[in-house]
Each structure stands twice: as C-alpha cells, then as structure tokens.
Design a protein around this ligand. Sequence first.
Ligand SMILES: [Zn+2]
Length: 249
Amino acid sequence: MADLNSKITLKLLIDARSDKVLVGEAGKDFVDFMFSLLTLPLGCIIKLLSPSTMIGSIGKLYQSVENLNEIYLVANREKSSLLQPKLSTPYVTNHLLLDTETSVELRYYICNYCNRRITTVKNTLCPNCKQVMVTETAFVVPSYSTSCATRAENTGENVGGFVKGVVTYMITDDLEVTPMSAISSITLIHRFSMKKDVQLMEKVVTVGMEEGIALLKASLDSSTPLTDVFCSPKKKAKATSSSTVDLMT
Ligand SMILES: [Zn+2]
C-alpha cells in the first residue's frame, strides 16, 4: 500500500454555478495512478469495490469463487489467485489501492540445468529437462537496469509509473488525458468563455485511498467521474483549498 501520508494532489477548474468539473490539471503522480487502473486485474477491482456493488453479474461470479470449497480446486491452486490476483505489470510497484501483499513482486524460479525455462511456482518440473526448478532469480524492470541508466537519466525514465514527470497533463471530466500545451490551454479558455453563466473556480483536491476507490468506481459507471468524486456535496468540505476566480464577469 502506498504511504498513507503521501497523497496525490489534483488541480481542478470547476464551474461553481453548475458545480461541475470543467477540466483538471494533473502531474505525473495522478496520471500514473489513473493509468494504473488499467493494470488492475478484474478480481482486484471487484474486491476493492465489493462484489455486491458491481454492475452486471460479475460480482456473483466472484462470490462463487469465495463460496467454493477448496476441495474442488486443483492442488497448489489457491483461491487468492482469483480473488486477489497480482498485478500483471512490474512498473507499478506501489499502487495506491493495493496492499503490499497484492502488489508485491512475483518470485521467479529458473531451471538450473538448462537455464531455458522460468516459473513463478517453486518446485515446478522443467518441461525442457524434467528437473525441479528451485533457484530463485530476480526480475529486472527494464528502466531500472544499469545498461539503460544513462539514457534513463536524460529522459526521466528512471522512475516508476508510466508517464514522464516533466509534463503537466490535462484531464477532462470523462477522463480524456492529454499533455497540456499552450494551444490546448488557449483552446480551453476560448471554449469556456463562449459559455454564458460560467463561474470559474479553482480547487485543489487530494487523492488518497478513499478518493482513489471512488474514482475507480465512478470511472466504471459514470461519464463524469471527476465531478462525481470531487464535487458531490459531501466531498466539497474535503477540498484542501479553493478560490473563486471570476474570469467570466
Ligand atoms: Zn530445464
């Protein structure tokens, strides 16, 4: 689990009259978090949102596994591989929504005899030479490798997550994420200035575990997740700072 004190901040431009998010300005940490939602296995998502609140029937499927007696499972197969599957990407090492148990790195075991097969389950028989695979070996995340160190230092790639940190990103209420540019900002201001009765307000919000789960849920069943999470009445009081900028009057 990410450090509970390390919250992510997000700057929102809100129309105070309709209480809707017009656009958000985000740094690497928020964009990495939003993109990392795509790496979550379905079992993890259902566990986070609780099976009973899932739309459709997928919650029932999850509960079936929960309720299934272990005696029906193949030997060495654990329910947790379905109910709390591990992340499939090595680039997310500290996911805001997952505890360390789920985001912990997989262990890998190599065949010592042929050195051509690798597995995540110790004592698996190597299909190539029929020997038991017991030697633990480390997986190397490409951007962390020493051969890439120089290039990584120059391009800001020697970090976790997905996007570069030197750029500011624009995120719309329906979660379209694009790098922010002078042109995109001008286009945006022009678009808002065309609207009547818009009262622009800037609001800085923090995103922790609670907001993260709310964003995950809203992104699955709403076309306005930012408004849903950060502008609903109970959330209003939680904003760390806000200021009204009457640009349109
Ligand atoms: Zn082998």
